[in-house]
Design a binder for this molecule. Structure first.
Ligand SMILES: Cc1cc2nc3c(=O)[nH]c(=O)nc-3n(C[C@H](O)[C@H](O)[C@H](O)COP(=O)(O)OP(=O)(O)OC[C@H]3O[C@@H](n4cnc5c(N)ncnc54)[C@H](O)[C@@H]3O)c2cc1C
Length: 409
């Protein structure tokens, strides 16, 4: 038992759990065993995606069982810096070239709507999760200079998404940062991801959802009128539908070459007095590779991240964690003049990307009643909202008009 506890703590440290999970209201009581055996939908994974899917399905009147091999909110969700961005990792100008202008514009507009929907949902459910709408500032960097950013701002405006192009002088005057240009846009937000997820899970439970943990799903099959999921301890669970919201760990049946697991790093400072006023209500990221991004929380901590690497396992290297945290802090100081001192918490975690920056929200290939919500980048939480909307619509038999954009590929 002591061994089990030590292992969980180490796992938590690597995923940043000590930072978000030690905030109040960020845990959820679970059952160790099932008290009934018939459910409309089994949701595998109790992170932000599973929580949003369970909330949407219970709102639609479905009976839902949520399973996780960890306690709820202990996967990648508590590692998130939770900048809830309407901006997709792949700029609109580039996405248009990759998938065509019409679907690219729709993906971007859907992302804007998803942030607004999440802010509304958190308010409706009265979730105590530091949800705060914020503008986003996208800085020119080594991947996009001033000219490319001007074209990007124009493309967004053409697609009906407000985007204010700031030249160097204006950026310096309003934000004190020296870059050749930036795009400022409304429509993003930030939150405490653990409190948000726990609140959504509690809302689903209040409508009858059950959460059972630890349960690991090891295989799946489709029956003539339902699905069967096998657990590591030998049970078989049946339901009408199943939704896999398993983050960066997924069954081999869900593997696809367009999806890669990578590594990323983040830190949170101690509360800092005297931060520039704009930092309190702005989320910032840059068009660079590797990139830097940052925001603040209610207590005045700076939460920053980036320095992503292609490899799936380098996030497990403790030496790299310290080195990456130093680089993030140094870049932040160079850009903003803010010295965060010794961080309160540093962490690393797996992350995932797809070739076009869009998530996969679809039936698992070869299955009619089993869905997957996966492949999230820097705006993973926004994509989880879209995932919940598309999956709830599919299970209700009313396909979402944007579902095609997020199909398996
Ligand atoms: C450092 C970092 C910073 C980030 N910053 C941001 C950001 O600023 N903004 C943003 O929008 N996104 C950000 N993201 C991305 C975002 O956090 C993710 O997209 C999101 O947390 C994914 O949530 P999820 O619920 O899909 O997965 P998870 O939270 O990983 O949940 C999946 C769950 O499934 C469980 N599971 C897996 N396999 C099984 C199985 N076989 N059986 C049972 N249970 C299983 C796991 O135990 C886990 O609890 C960041 C990610 C990282 C790592």
């Amino acid at each position: 038992m002591a061994k089990q506890k030590a292992k969980t703590r180490k796992d938590d440290l690597r995923t940043g759990a000590p930072f978000w999970v030690r905030t109040p209201h960020s845990t959820v009581a679970v059952q160790a065993t099932l008290t009934r055996d018939r459910f409309d939908v089994i949701v595998v994974g109790a992170g932000i995606s599973g929580a949003l899917v369970a909330e949407a399905l219970t709102r639609a009147g479905k009976s839902v069982l949520i399973l996780d091999r960890r306690p709820p909110v202990r996967g990648s969700t508590p590692a998130s810096t939770a900048m809830i961005q309407h901006e997709i990792d792949v700029p609109l100008t580039r996405l248009r070239k990759q998938i065509g202008a019409e679907p690219a514009d729709r993906a971007w507009r859907r992302s804007v709507r998803a942030v607004a929907d999440l802010v509304d949902l958190a308010a409706k459910l009265k979730l105590d999760c530091q949800m705060a709408p914020k503008p986003a500032l996208y800085l020119a960097g080594d991947e996009m200079g001033a000219r490319a950013l001007a074209a990007e701002a124009q493309a967004r405006e053409d697609a009906g998404i407000r985007a204010e192009y700031l030249k160097r002088a204006e950026l310096r005057e309003r934000y004190g940062m020296d870059r050749t240009a930036a795009i400022r846009s409304e429509a993003s937000a930030s939150a405490n991801p653990a409190q948000l997820t726990a609140g959504l899970l509690r809302a689903a439970m209040a409508r009858g959802a059950q959460i059972v943990s630890p349960v690991e799903i090891t295989d799946m099959a489709e029956l003539p009128c339902g699905v069967a999921l096998a657990t590591r301890r030998g049970e078989v669970l049946v339901a009408q539908h199943a939704v896999f919201c398993t983050g960066y760990e997924y069954l081999p049946q869900m593997n696809t070459p367009s999806h890669h697991v990578t590594s990323t790093w983040a830190l949170a400072s101690e509360p800092l007095p005297g931060l520039p006023e704009w930092m309190g209500d702005t989320i910032v990221w840059e068009a660079s590779d590797p990139y830097l991004y940052f925001r603040t929380d209610d207590a005045g901590r700076v939460i920053a991240g980036g320095e992503d690497e292609e490899a799936a396992d380098t996030n497990a290297d403790p030496k790299k964690l310290k080195a990456k945290a130093k680089v993030i802090a140094r870049k932040l100081r160079a850009l903003t003049g803010v010295d965060i001192g010794k961080p309160a918490c540093i962490w690393s975690a797996p992350f995932s990307v797809t070739d076009d920056g869009l998530p996969i929200i679809d039936r698992v290939p070869g299955f009619e009643r089993i869905f997957a919500v996966m492949g999230f980048g820097g705006n993973g939480i926004t994509f989880s909202v879209i995932g919940a909307q598309i999956i709830a619509a599919a299970i209700a038999g009313k396909p979402d008009p944007d579902a095609e954009i997020f199909r398996y590929r």
